[in-house]
Design a protein around this ligand. Structure first.
Ligand code: PXP
Length: 250
């Protein structure tokens, strides 16, 4: 079974668009839980553009499923995470000018800093996960840091799937993600996936060996406008675990 982590940042984005107190990401998380989410993800960005400190604390205090806390590799965020004590921390690269997290961490270039964060988090009993691209070098360096998990940035994979016109092309798009996850598994890393997954492509993740968890935000919150959050979550969870999905190249 592929676990579904629901990223509630976009609920906070709608709130911030008007500077209001609603909609609440905490209330959203409760509905995600009822809909079958296996964990809740939120990203506390340095500019607090959506989730704020109080959202993160309230999420941790109220949900009954694990909290996956996404942060940049800074001392401010590390200190916050150590106080919050979420189930897991996913370290991500962060640029102020970006609309969303645009790529994976450059683990080799920032090895000492990332490895120190991983060690500190894991010594505090928090699972450390690194958001990386589906590349063998990135996986090898991630394993060297001692992290227990990686989350593969599925942005490119999703774009290729979305633009593919044949099943053969879709299988070709899977290959880098498949190879990277096999290597990650061999090196003892849990394999998570996230970014750009939606109702038209997420089912393909089932064909990726060792896919354990998908963290999905934008498409679920967008779908919720039409059918409600609980159903949007239930439908995504079913899509990720659909025994009838058997594409055939021929
Ligand atoms: N995982 C990580 C590490 C992310 O940064 C994001 C984007 O906030 C997601 C998952 C969710 O991506 P999306 O909103 O495209 O589903």
């Amino acid at each position: 079974m592929i676990r579904l982590g629901v990223n509630v940042d976009h609920v906070a984005t709608v709130r911030q668009a008007r500077g209001e107190t609603y909609p609440s990401p905490v209330q959203a998380a409760a509905l995600c839980e009822t809909g079958g989410a296996d964990n809740i993800t939120c990203h506390l960005r340095e500019d607090r553009r959506h989730i704020n400190d109080s959202d993160a604390s309230l999420l941790k205090a109220t949900i009954n499923i694990p909290l996956n806390f996404e942060i940049a590799c800074t001392s401010e965020m590390l200190a916050f995470a150590l106080k919050l004590k979420p189930h897991s921390v996913t370290l991500v690269p962060e640029k102020r000018e970006e609309r969303t997290t645009e790529g994976g961490l450059n683990v080799s270039a920032n090895f000492d800093l990332i490895a120190k964060h991983v060690e500190t988090l894991q010594n505090a009993g928090i699972l450390a996960c690194l958001f990386i691209e589906s590349e063998s070098n990135a996986v090898k360096f991630a394993a060297k840091t001692g992290a227990k998990a990686v989350e593969f940035h599925t942005g490119k994979f999703c774009k290729q799937l979305d633009h593919a016109t044949t099943t053969k092309d879709r299988f070709a798009a899977l290959q880098p993600v498949k190879s990277a996850s096999i290597l990650a598994h061999e090196l003892g890393l849990q394999c998570h996936f996230g970014h750009g997954l939606h109702y038209g492509n997420a089912n393909w993740l089932q064909l990726v060996d060792f896919a354990e968890e998908a963290n999905i935000g934008h498409s679920i919150v967008a779908r919720a406008i039409f059918c409600g959050l609980e159903k949007a979550v239930t439908d995504m969870k079913s899509l990720l675990n659909d025994p009838k999905f058997r594409p055939y190249i021929g």
